[in-house]
Design a protein around this ligand. Structure first.
Ligand SMILES: C[S@@+](CC[C@H](N)C(=O)[O-])C[C@H]1O[C@@H](n2cnc3c(N)ncnc32)[C@H](O)[C@@H]1O
Length: 238
């Protein structure tokens, strides 16, 4: 689908398998902990709807999956990377609540979901969709597994629109972050890939149009922290 970066499932899962052990540390360090607040905003947006059964797609090490679980949702986490899933499972076991089944985790690709039609009230994706090999196929799959009136909530990085903020952000994201990422994770490729994958990802209205083209309705978005990240919302009607 995209030229440039390889998003083959085998390449992506190998990359995340390799950094899984350092992923949480680097995530919170490199975002200065702001990523937790972004995920909280996503969870809050679903609490206002009637969503109960949620698929957290590209769940990685489960931070969003667990945040949803803690708010009472019944959650399934799905991801390509077995090592990321292993960490998610481990973290979930530590926060088990009596009478509330733990999130279940499943290894699969977003482009081929092993779920029946109309299985979920909501699908969430945080910082996953820009890595997908084929976004259109994944969006079609999401539409299929969502119930009627189900919601899609996507959290993804973007580039700030304000000039000064963008210059500061680009310096941090494209220069400083890959260096810290390389030193801690010992994987230079993964933290070079991060800013490159954000740069080539469609943003704001352009991404909304892409979602709409696949049949979603009521699409809107909310920039976070001056547009460093964006929350996109869409619904399956009918
Ligand atoms: C940057 S991590 C985000 C993890 C987590 N959602 C978070 O907020 O920290 C991206 C995740 O997307 C997963 N991923 C990438 N492409 C995928 C695909 N096609 N299908 C399923 N998971 C995918 C990767 O394995 C990785 O765990």
């Amino acid at each position: 689908m995209e030229k440039g970066l390889s998003k083959e499932h085998s390449t992506i899962s190998a990359m995340f398998n390799s950094i899984a052990g350092k992923y949480d540390l680097l995530n919170h360090l490199l975002s200065l902990g702001i990523d937790k607040g972004w995920r909280r905003k996503l969870v809050k947006s679903l609490k206002r709807s009637s969503s109960k059964v949620v698929l957290d797609l590209a769940c990685g090490t489960g931070d969003l999956t667990i945040a949803l679980y803690k708010e009472g949702f019944t959650v399934t986490g799905a991801d390509l990377s077995i090592n990321m899933l292993e960490i998610a499972r481990h973290k979930s076991e530590k926060i088990a609540k009596e009478g509330h089944p733990l999130p279940s985790y499943i290894e699969c690709s977003a482009e081929s979901l092993p779920f029946e039609d109309s299985s979920f009230d909501a699908v969430t994706i945080s910082f996953g969709i820009r890595n997908f090999q084929n976004r259109d196929t994944a969006l079609q799959e999401i539409l299929r597994v969502l119930k009627s009136n189900g919601r899609l909530a996507i959290l993804e990085f973007a580039t700030p629109r304000n000039f000064l903020w963008r210059v500061l952000y680009n310096t941090y994201f494209s220069v400083i972050l890959p260096i810290i990422g390389r030193i801690i994770s010992k994987d230079a490729r993964a933290y070079r890939y991060l800013p490159e994958s954000v740069k080539e990802f469609p943003q704001y209205e352009t991404f909304c149009k892409e979602i709409e083209k696949q049949g979603f309705k009521n699409i809107n978005f909310k920039p976070l922290t001056g547009g460093v990240a964006v929350l996109y919302f869409a619904e399956k009607l009918g």
